[in-house]
Design a binder for this molecule. Sequence first.
Ligand SMILES: [Zn+2]
Length: 83
Amino acid sequence: MSEQCVFCGHKHLVSKETRYIYQKDGQMLIVEHVPCTECTFCGEQYFDTMVLQKIEIEYQSISQQQKQPQRMLQVAVEEFASI
Ligand SMILES: [Zn+2]
C-alpha cells in the first residue's frame, strides 16, 4: 500500500482497527475491528482489497442465511426533515 494519502497528500498513515459499515440493497452489516490504514491528517481510511472481499463474502453468507451473525443490533433511525 502506498504510504501517502490519496485524498490530501499527507504522508503520515497509521495502521489501526475500525468499525466498517457495509451497505447493500438497503441492508447493513457492521464489522468490528477491521484492519485499515488511516491518514493522521484528514482521517481518510484505506482498506486492503482482501479485507473488503472478506466482508462482501460474509455479507452474502448472512443475507442468504447460510450463516448467523454474531449478534444483532437495534439501531435508532431518523429522517432529517423531521428533526
Ligand atoms: Zn489524508
